[in-house]
Design a protein around this ligand. Structure first.
Ligand SMILES: [Zn+2]
Length: 75
């Protein structure tokens, strides 16, 4: 089961793999054409959901300090 967003329904649907009409591998990753619960054909790009190395924002260990002091003084 996975979720798709249907622009015509303007909402997400939880669908099973049986609703996949067509599946293909593109340079951006797997892409599937899925029928939503109302029968609309929705193209779902699975490649966007995959994590890319280095895509996640690094935690900022130096956040506390001068910035917080500035905020405290402003408040
Ligand atoms: Zn739909």
């Amino acid at each position: 089961m996975f979720t798709i967003f249907c622009p015509q329904c303007d909402k997400r649907h939880l669908v099973g793999t049986r609703r996949i009409v067509r599946f293909e591998n593109t340079s951006d990753g797997p892409r599937a054409q899925v029928k939503c619960l109302q029968g609309h054909l929705v193209t779902t790009d699975f490649g966007r959901n995959q994590k890319k190395p280095g895509a996640e924002p690094a935690p900022s260990p130096g956040h506390r300090g001068r910035t917080d002091d500035d905020c405290t003084e402003a408040a």
